[in-house]
Design a protein around this ligand. Structure first.
Ligand code: PHE
Length: 347
């Protein structure tokens, strides 16, 4: 091999190495100028053909052409590889904001429940808990429900194992029909004063419709202390109504009856939609019924061994679904349980 051929091959190898290092089109262009331009290395080497002995010329010429072709091919390859790379770099655009993972959120019932609990906690109430699976004594007897009270009927309450249990027996198990048994449990386990709220699930043998379910939620409240009055109850519920529904909302009491409160009331809030003037939401009355409440019946205090001469208290029990329906303008309670995400996403 002639000296020129050796130089040509070395130059090709050198150019290929340099191209392998080139990471940008500007670098490739620099190399192209260095090797392939009119004043480049290859032109200079071709100029040396004149010094090759005539006998070697055909072979050296062949090598020269081959090296030139290969070098051009190497440049083409390098350019193509680079544009390939930048195409993939574009496909994965690292500056694109990440797709957000859809986070779940609380069910509207849970939201309302926590909102209510937060309001009462600010007033000094403590959260209490009781079992969904309750006995007849806590759910009915201790709460002064007479044995012929309609809510005790087997058609109204879910009883367990009635084949072996009398539905009136104190230890027969039921699904609690109200959160009021937690009042009893709180007084059984804590000395006075007690000030508790208990959010929880209740069960009744109702045929489900737009405003009734077999299972629903209540938040129970109980405050027993020395000299607790109906005025305290009204003040507490009034504050709650303003916090929950709006600062202009007023409340009113209507006489009612519950076995475990005396006197008993039902309380209404002035309509949040019309401000009390009367509209479709409040059916023209200006008021929206919220829940039952009253002064703890002295007999209930006696049932847990407390002295009604020393202590008095108030209690209330609110349906959560009802509040959620008012708050969110939902007209069918069953929507809350169908778990249709298109519905739930709205809250
Ligand atoms: N437990 C009653 C109900 O379910 C509500 C209530 C609770 C009323 C406490 C008065 C006092 O209807």
């Amino acid at each position: 091999m002639t000296e020129l051929e050796e130089k040509l091959l070395a130059t090709l190898a050198e150019a290929k190495d340099a191209l392998a290092q080139a990471k940008a089109s500007s670098a490739i262009e620099e190399l192209r100028i260095k090797y392939l331009s009119r004043k480049g290395v290859m032109t200079a080497l071709m100029g040396q053909m004149g010094t090759v002995p005539p006998a070697d010329k055909p072979a050296v010429g062949k090598t020269l052409n081959l090296v030139k072709k290969q070098m051009e091919a190497a440049f083409q390859e390098a350019t193509a590889a680079l544009s390939d790379q930048s195409a993939t770099a574009q496909a994965i655009d690292v500056t694109l904001p990440a797709r957000l993972r859809a986070l779940g959120h609380q069910h509207p019932i849970t939201q309302v429940m926590e909102q209510a609990v937060a309001i009462f906690r600010r007033m000094g109430f403590v959260v209490a808990d009781g079992p969904d699976l309750e006995d007849v004594w806590h759910n009915f007897d201790a709460l002064n429900a007479p044995q012929d009270h309609p809510s005790r009927a087997v058609t109204d309450t879910f009883y367990f194992d009635l084949e072996h249990h009398d539905y009136l027996a104190k230890d027969t198990m039921i699904l609690r029909t109200q959160t009021s048994p937690v009042q009893i449990r709180a007084m059984e386990t804590h000395p006075a004063p007690v000030r508790i709220v208990c959010p929880g699930r209740c069960y009744r043998r109702d045929t489900p419709d737009a405003t009734h379910g077999m299972s629903f939620h209540q938040i129970e409240g109980l405050y027993v202390d020395k000299k607790v009055s109906l005025a305290d109850l009204k003040g507490t519920l009034s504050y709650y109504a303003k916090e929950m529904f709006g600062s202009n909302v007023k409340i009113r009491f209507r006489p009612h009856f519950f076995p475990f409160t005396e006197p008993s009331v039902e309380w209404d809030a002035s309509c949040m939609a019309c401000g009390g003037k009367g509209c479709k939401v409040c059916k023209g009355t200006g008021w929206i019924e919220i829940s039952g409440a009253g002064m703890v019946n002295p007999q209930v205090l006696r049932n847990v061994g407390w002295d009604p001469e020393q202590l008095s208290g108030y209690a209330f029990g609110m349906g959560i679904e009802r509040i959620a329906m008012i708050q969110y303008g939902i007209n069918d309670l069953r929507l809350l349980y169908e778990n249709d995400l298109r519905f739930l996403h709205q809250f």
